[in-house]
Design a binder for this molecule. Sequence first.
Ligand SMILES: NC(=O)c1ccc[n+]([C@@H]2O[C@H](COP(=O)([O-])OP(=O)(O)OC[C@H]3O[C@@H](n4cnc5c(N)ncnc54)[C@H](O)[C@@H]3O)[C@@H](O)[C@H]2O)c1
Ligand SMILES: [Zn+2]
Ligand SMILES: [Zn+2]
Length: 346
Amino acid sequence: MKALVYEGPGRKSLQDRPVPKIAASTDAIVRVTRTTICGTDLHILKGDVPTCTPGRILGHEGVGIVEDTGPGVTQFKKGDHVLISCISSCGKCEYCRRGMYSHCTTGGWILGNTIDGTQAEYVRIPHADTSLYPIPAGADEEALVMLSDILPTGFECGVLNGKVQPGSTVAIVGSGPIGLAALLTAQFYSPSQIIMVDLDDNRLAVAKRFGATHTFKVNGDEAKQRILNLTDGKGVDTAIEAVGVPATFEFCQGIIAPGGVIANVGVHGVKADLHLETLWSQNISITTRLVDTVSTPMLLKTVQSGKIDPKKLITHHFTLDGILDAYDTFSRAASTQALKVIIEAR
Ligand SMILES: NC(=O)c1ccc[n+]([C@@H]2O[C@H](COP(=O)([O-])OP(=O)(O)OC[C@H]3O[C@@H](n4cnc5c(N)ncnc54)[C@H](O)[C@@H]3O)[C@@H](O)[C@H]2O)c1
Ligand SMILES: [Zn+2]
Ligand SMILES: [Zn+2]
């Protein structure tokens, strides 16, 4: 089968690999119909994720059709149409029982990280009963690809951890797919202001269309000043960091109101400064989270009922043969205006 393989920092290739086989009784093999590329895949290619070693098939998002199941799988059978969660969970360990699937002792974020992922014709899914979701008849497959990772990530790590409330003020730093997913799902709670911050004019224009009340381009200290001016000098109640570089984590520290929450979403590859000399007295909280995907069933209902339309995040389509072009397009978003790229595997 064809598969996109990580070969070490800055290197990847489309290779021919054996079709995966059932390795444990709770595994399923899924024929991938559609997958996509995440900002995290770009972090892996930068060398930011040391757990992902050369030779790994990348990808942790997708939808597909069950091809085979181990004898221990009871909820799915060959031919079932499924959504693949970016997080694998056994459902039984201490962390899973606490709803922290991302820290499952035999799962978590393993797909396209410590085991082979979804940017291939087939993928082996461990703990299939609790890591796959049935796709309702008539659902739009492409929209559901956005539920593997980006919608639950924006919602759980950004909106829920950031305690977005009716009438509150929110700044989302980073208007990539994750920041935009946080923007879409923050609106469940009717905050009074949602300010989007980015370097890229096109992404800010998209944010405006998706419901941002204000958009600011990062330009020296100006964006910070404008956010402070907008909030009577107080700053925002929730600052969501959706980039993953030191500058944006520090930016969030400069715009957080007393009592506010900085909700970090970004994957960081290097250390960032924490300005306790100014924040120690501000009653703020800082949260971090690896997405648990506990909200996936709820988000699926909001997509099915038309409350949110994640399909509008999709800008480009490729086939698996063209996945190197898909990476190129996705990684040059400023010039290609890419948000999420759909890769049709079969
Ligand atoms: N915590 C989790 O579980 C989890 C899950 C998925 C993704 N992530 C991470 O979330 C982050 C965002 O993912 P994405 O797919 O949207 O990535 P992306 O790279 O597409 O988007 C990042 C955005 O940040 C903007 N940006 C870069 N530098 C900036 C700066 N200095 N100030 C303001 N904006 C800046 C870019 O222009 C871009 O629009 C990544 O770090 C990704 O790895 C975390
Ligand atoms: Zn991801
Ligand atoms: Zn578990």
